[in-house]
Design a protein around this ligand. Structure first.
Ligand code: HEC
Length: 202
């Protein structure tokens, strides 16, 4: 369900980006008659995509137990970018349309890197790597295996997990099915370290 929501969110943002990009190119190349025709035809689609992106964004936000600034940055920018783009394309204002596309590209990048500064996994250091591997060895190997693919108790292949960092955190802390939760055993640093270790398997 949550993974489905995330896919829906990413797909909506990507489609929105492709549509906006196409129409912005039409505007920049002064094909305004064609642009206006495309615009009237895709108006409803734009609104549906924009709403889907923002609403699924809020839903994903509601799943997070901790405050994650990148998610807020994303949603607020998206809420600004969509109307900006619609107005820019309608009034044939090139700078507005370009700004809107840039904002959506940025939002997509923020989502992919899970950081508003585009910095992935800031906690990685030599020591954390070591600690992550040790914790994984001690607590996780029996089911997930050295390479993450062992699959005892039908454990999913960690090398092809679709979860993002935050979702993994949640799953490891709470546990699910045959896997117990580790919230009383792992500190925040240890949790980050073990997730980094999983990322190195991928
Ligand atoms: C007793 C076996 C067992 C142990 C030990 C175990 N896991 Fe799991 N793990 C599972 C099973 C089974 C699932 C699938 C749970 C489900 O979705 O029903 C799972 C799911 C996961 C997932 C979600 C993957 C996905 O894409 O759905 C992650 C991440 C994960 N485990 C990490 C860890 C880490 C990190 C440890 C060690 C701290 C650990 N596991 C220890 C059995 C285990």
């Amino acid at each position: 369900m949550d993974i489905g929501m995330r896919h829906m969110h990413v797909t909506a943002v990507l489609l929105l980006l492709v549509f906006m990009l196409f129409k912005t190119v039409l505007l920049l190349t002064n094909k305004v008659d064609y642009l206006d025709r495309v615009r009237t035809k895709t108006k409803v689609v734009d609104i549906i995509l924009g709403l889907t992106a923002v609403l699924t964004g809020f839903y994903l936000l509601s799943l997070k137990s901790e405050f994650e600034i990148y998610l807020w940055v994303k949603i607020l920018l998206l809420m600004a970018a969509v109307p900006l783009g619609i107005v820019g394309l309608k009034r044939h204002k090139k700078p507005l349309a370009i700004l809107s596309v840039l904002l959506i590209v940025y939002v997509y990048g923020v989502g992919e890197t899970q950081s508003y500064k585009f910095k992935r996994n800031p906690v990685v250091t030599g020591n954390a790597d070591q600690a992550g591997a040790e914790i994984y060895q001690k607590l996780c190997v029996e089911c997930h295996g050295e390479d993450g693919k062992l699959g005892v108790f039908k454990a999913p292949d960690l090398t092809s997990s679709l979860m993002n960092q935050a979702e993994m955190k949640q799953r490891i802390l709470q546990g699910k099915g045959a896997m117990r939760g580790y919230k009383n055993e792992l500190s925040t640093e240890q949790l980050d370290a073990v997730i980094n270790h999983i990322n190195t398997l991928q």
